[in-house]
Ligand binder design. Structure first.
Ligand SMILES: Cc1cc2nc3c(=O)[nH]c(=O)nc-3n(C[C@H](O)[C@H](O)[C@H](O)COP(=O)(O)OP(=O)(O)OC[C@H]3O[C@@H](n4cnc5c(N)ncnc54)[C@H](O)[C@@H]3O)c2cc1C
Length: 403
């Protein structure tokens, strides 16, 4: 049975992060939205020291003692991650992504690296580079290669739209050991910044999350030690084992999708809270005592938005709870991402609509929340791709049977 009571440790962190978001991030939101990537958010680096060195990169099944019920249910690292991500994204999604030591690559390392690798690389700020000019939704179509030459892997290829690709200290890059063997040969590699042959060639200009950098990275005979391949270097031989092997790298997404979904919870909550504040300034407050027939159109809209938010929130918490309790959560991770990604954008846009010119004007952050929310429905697998994954699992179809 799902158990959502949070340990005191997570509750305390949530309260601290709300203060951090409100007093630390919000005053910087507009400045770095307007500056885009022209300046590094230096204040953010100072502020982030307040957060300590906890791993905010995700981790599978890290069920350390915390609040638990009699059946032994636990809420641990994964739950902490989604609660924390939502709270920081209530402050600002773009600045959350720009925080040092928070990177999707960190979660990849947590998901697939060996214990020795995690120990060796310690505190990371790693971006995750999967997408290529010819491979977005279909991540198995990547063309980047890694060839073993003595004790080193030689990586060649081009990655695009890498979040934190410019500012991060490491990049986790997906490459194929043998393109003729399809997705079973895809492995991930940790490449530290400064490695010869890895070059950031472009930084994108974007609709939203403008304080976060999104980069193109080219690998030209980039050599990394053999040990930088994350997880198992073997290419599976049988069809069944190959399916599992790709599942290994894909397991990264079981960790990261609930975390990304949690970003949508943060931005939707921020939009709703700001809407209530702006309406209050105009003398409009929700009256929960009112009957259905007395309700105004605005009240009706806001109750609908709250219901959408709550549905997404419960799906995200369930996906995290499953990971903490070592239950396979691929389907739930995709359900949470599909629902929350869509909800975040719908809620933020509707809040802009409800507030009219106040919503659209740069005098307030609502228009920014709406811009920031759209990417959450796209990266880490679009809404349509999440729905496809759920459909495959419900119908028992493979990726080749249901495309
Ligand atoms: C700001 C930003 C940051 C990003 N950060 C990262 C990052 O850190 N690392 C990284 O590797 N990538 C990153 N990405 C890339 C992102 O993950 C991809 O954009 C996303 O996976 C979609 O791929 P695509 O853009 O090539 O679109 P396509 O795959 O070409 O899809 C286009 C449209 O077709 C739909 N579609 C595609 N296939 C199907 C199907 N089979 N059935 C139904 N609909 C389908 C999609 O849902 C989408 O609506 C980022 C992108 C952006 C914009």
């Amino acid at each position: 049975m799902i158990f959502l009571e949070l340990p005191k440790r997570i509750e305390d962190t949530r309260a601290l992060l709300r203060q951090f978001s409100e007093a630390g991030l919000r005053p910087l939101s507009r400045k770095y939205d307007l500056l885009e990537q022209k300046e590094m958010p230096e204040e953010l680096y100072e502020l982030s020291k307040l957060l300590g060195s906890g791993n905010r990169g995700g981790g599978r099944g890290a069920a350390k003692p915390g609040a638990g019920d009699e059946a032994g249910n636990r809420n641990a690292n994964n739950m902490s991650m989604v609660v924390s991500s939502a709270e920081i994204c209530w402050g600002d999604v773009g600045l959350f992504l720009a925080l040092p030591n928070v990177g999707l690559g960190n979660a990849a390392v947590s998901a697939v690296a060996t214990d020795e690798q995690k120990e060796e690389w310690g505190k990371l700020f790693a971006a995750m580079a999967i997408t290529e000019p010819g491979a977005g939704s279909d991540s198995a179509a990547i063309k980047t290669t890694a060839v073993l030459d003595g004790d080193e892997w030689v990586i060649n290829g081009e990655k695009i739209f890498v979040t934190d690709g410019y500012r991060s200290k490491q990049v986790v890059v997906w490459a194929s050991l043998d393109p003729t063997l399809g997705k079973a040969a895809i492995k991930s590699f940790l490449v530290p910044k400064g490695t010869p042959g890895m070059t950031v060639t472009r930084v994108e200009h974007k609709l939203g999350i403008r304080s976060s950098d999104t980069a193109q990275i080219v690998f030209d005979n980039c050599r990394v030690p053999k040990a930088n391949l994350l997880g198992n270097p073997e290419i599976a031989k049988t069809a069944e084992a190959r399916k599992k092997a790709f599942g290994g790298v894909m397991q990264t997404f079981d960790n990261t999708r609930p975390m990304v979904a949690a970003q949508a919870l943060g931005v939707a909550r921020a939009a709703l809270d700001l809407t209530y504040d702006l309406l209050k300034e105009k003398g409009i407050e929700l009256d929960y005592e009112k009957g259905y027939h007395q309700m105004s159109a605005v009240e009706n809209d806001l109750y609908d938005l709250e219901a959408e938010y709550e549905t997404a929130r419960l799906l995200v918490l369930k996906a995290a709870w499953m990971a903490d309790n070592r239950q396979p959560n691929s389907r739930n991770a995709s359900m949470s991402k599909a629902k929350a990604g869509r909800m975040g954008n719908q809620v933020a846009l509707k809040c802009v609509e409800i507030c009219g010119q106040l919503g659209y004007s740069k005098a307030h952050l609502l228009e920014k929340f709406a811009r920031d929310s759209k990417i959450i429905d796209i990266y880490e697998g679009t809404q349509q791709i999440q729905q496809l994954i759920v459909a495959r699992q419900v119908l028992g179809k493979s990726s080749s049977e249901l495309k």
